[in-house]
Design a protein around this ligand. Structure first.
Ligand code: ADP
Ligand code: MG
Length: 334
């Protein structure tokens, strides 16, 4: 080989090596790892785990912000606040999704679930107003403002029978936000995730060890501080949307009377029965959340047929004397 041939062969070899190297670099996917984000939202905590190649905290934050602008009763600029204060406003997609789900569960529960319950929630001191003395006369004066059939959504506007009517989406919002965050993760290429907002959960696939996700069902022991977390049972699942409602965290005593944050829109009063918590699994978390609250209003007997009608599954924890008894729907398989 003369010098010229040597240079040509070397150059060709170099080009081939470089091409192979570049090709292999292109082929090799970026290493996926599990990310973990957590913080506070809607007056509770959130924890999100997912696989991916980038930390999605900014996308999660902006999804929460958009959600807040639509459905937070505590944000005076939100769509729901505008509706409550009779400011002319156009409803957005989030709001309308919440509305459709709420109305469906109102129908299934024959009015036990009702987002127009807001004036009662305020009266009993669980809303944004300070607690005041509750009298039968005050309840009677608020009752005409309650009723899911007294409001309509028409052409992106909420029409109320009485301008004093107000909406409360708290019983659906956490579940709906779980679904929204799961969508954000999916859109960014995640294939496995666990989204937990204040106990409402959406999961997909596996955890970072390659196993099913382990999700605890909280034991309903009185804890108004919300710091205890005794577990009744752990379930192992891959894909699930699950929500729990209970009266063991958000309640207060007035004398000997225990007042919970679940209000029966038909009586105008906080519910009082032996059903301590309801965990519901449904096709999405927004539905599970609304159904779980509906179970708490209906009580154990009526909750089961409603859950069947809704095509969901439930796990109820009931007080029996000093012990806790678990009752599940026939299709509970976890
Ligand atoms: P948690 O997950 O904190 O147990 P829920 O999902 O059960 O909460 O929602 C309870 C909240 O829903 C209450 O604090 C109140 O704002 C609202 N609410 C109370 N009673 C009803 C009802 N009958 N229908 C719809 N929403 C209700
Ligand atoms: Mg709920």
């Amino acid at each position: 080989m003369n010098k010229k041939q040597y240079v040509i062969v070397s150059a060709l070899a170099g080009i081939i090596l470089l091409t192979v190297a570049l090709f292999r670099y292109e082929e090799r996917p970026l290493q996926k790892t599990y990310f973990h984000n957590e913080g506070k939202v809607f007056g509770t905590y959130y924890k999100v785990q997912y696989d991916g190649t980038a930390d999605l905290q900014p996308a999660i934050d902006s999804a929460f912000k958009a959600f807040d602008r639509s459905l937070s009763m505590f944000n005076p600029e939100s769509v729901i606040s505008a509706v409550n204060n009779n400011r002319d406003t156009v409803t957005d997609a989030r709001f309308e999704q919440m509305w459709a789900q709420a109305m469906e569960v109102s129908e299934w529960s024959e009015g036990a679930f009702d987002i127009t319950v807001a004036p009662l929630v305020n009266l009993w001191g669980f809303g944004f107003k300070h607690r005041e003395e509750v009298t039968e006369a005050k309840i009677d004066s608020v009752m005409p403002l309650i009723g899911w059939q007294k409001v309509r959504l028409e052409n992106h506007h909420v029409i109320k029978e009485d301008p004093r009517m107000m909406l409360d989406a708290s019983a659906v919002a956490k579940g709906q936000a779980c679904d929204v965050i799961a969508e954000v993760l999916k859109a960014h290429g995640a294939e496995n995730w666990l989204v937990d907002i204040g106990g409402e959960v959406v999961s997909r696939g596996n955890n970072s060890q390659g196993n099913a996700w382990r999700i605890g069902i909280t034991k309903p022991v009185d804890d108004s501080t919300g710091v205890q977390n005794e577990i009744q049972e752990v379930i192992e699942v891959h894909d699930i949307a699950m929500a729990t409602s209970g009266n063991y965290r958000n309640f207060y005593y007035e004398g000997k009377e225990r007042r919970s944050h679940t209000i029966d829109p038909r009586s105008g009063k906080p519910v009082q029965h032996s059903l301590l918590s309801a965990t519901v699994v449904a096709g999405n978390c927004m539905k599970a959340d609304a159904l779980a609250t509906a179970c708490m209003v209906l009580g154990e007997e009526k909750a089961l047929p409603m859950i069947e009608k809704a095509g969901a599954a439930c796990y109820l924890i009931i007080a029996q004397g000093d012990s806790l008894v678990v009752k599940t729907s026939k299709n509970w398989q976890y």
